[in-house]
Design a protein around this ligand. Sequence first.
Ligand code: SF4
Length: 483
Amino acid sequence: MTIKTIGYNLEHNLWLVVRLFFDERQDISVVSTAAHKDGIISVDTELTFEERHHTGSYSYPCANNADTCTKKRILSAVAGMSFYHTVQNVLPKRLPWGVMTGIRPAKAVRRMLEQGSFEADIARYLKTLYGVSEGKIQLALEVAKNEMAVLAENTPNQIGLYIGIPFCPTRCLYCSFVSSDLRHTKKYVYDYCALLAREIAYSAKLVDDAGLKITSLYMGGGTPTALSSDNLALLLDAVHSHFDLSALKEFSVEAGRPDTITPDKLKVLKAASVDRLSINPQTMNAQTLQKIGRAHTPDDIKAAFCMARDAGFYSINADLIAGLPDETEQDFAFTLNETDKLAPESITVHTMSVKRGSALNQHKDSYILTRAETVRKMLDISQSFMRDTGRFPYYMYRQKNMLGDLENVGYAKKGHMSLYNVNIMEETQTILALGGGGVSKVILPECDRIERVFNFKSPIEYINRFDEILTKKDAFYQLAARA
Ligand code: SF4
């Protein structure tokens, strides 16, 4: 693949659009020229593919006095659209989000709404500049408006706290998260928890010194409930004894694998004021669960929900995946219906994504991936299903390599939108992340910049280089003090 540009230096952005149509093995070359004159940004594209030349052009108005950032954004989108129009003659392909890559759609829309743009103008902008379909424009608008209701509660000096537990009972076929299979790493768990308790104590002092208040707390990973109830209690005691939680509005824990949930652990979580759980079926089809490496059955999911309800949890999220290997639209509809019978207050519908670090990617040839058109239908089904069952979309994000180039959407019943989820996706609040795989994000509002501080990913490295973890916390403090 060759991309040659003249008068345009955003090759990577163009490459992101090109790869929506071709995989890396294709031999193609793209030449694009760009001009910015008389208030118009215009890009001509020439594409050579299978020894034939195809040409096209796209233009978009841009005020001469627009700032560099706006010009860059428009130039990048126009180059994408120019290529999109050209390639359509060779490979007609439906792109629901058009050439909108590397941008969070709901975040872009929310910002325009906050700046006072009318919905009709936003819709026109998304359609003309990026080629976004009508359905996705409406989805982005709805998500952005719901997010605004959540974000209205944010005030300066508030932060979210993330605690990572990078252990799972087995590894899912599609997983690329930092998570170690407990069958091989059990011996590290206690040391990991003891050190994490130290990181908690150390960070709590810095949070206090910086005058920050924690409003949401998210324990994820991995699967925190894969820990024993004693280890969970050790960590939750550390959280309560060191952090000032007087401003806390939401405390979520990932209990993703139903087979890790026990009444004892739920009791520990409840005693620590956890008020939101995520119990994740992914699918309610037994055969698929086996195929994707989850050592539990649909009955385990039902039992876990019952246990959680009995323990007094009234805000439960369920993650599902559309496009799991060999699943049909009917299978997915079955999963939606069965999940709804458990009455989760929120459901997050993910689109299957073939992530680079996953076992699925390594053994791609052994699986039949769901066709893009089928996954699109699954998402359409889920959207109407959620509306009919009283859940509305309130956060959304897109990732690389999603089947059908679609999106992940969090739906919730009234009163159950997660503050943490909205803030992390919209990058509207500083997040302090502790534990293996944690990535702290400091929002520097004055220049719209985000600084990241990375903890080590693997639990073994976390244990062996723990002193460096504390230094990283100091780096977070320095940044947070500047924010
Ligand atoms: S439960 Fe989540 S973190 Fe654990 S292996 Fe599966 S996808 Fe990865």
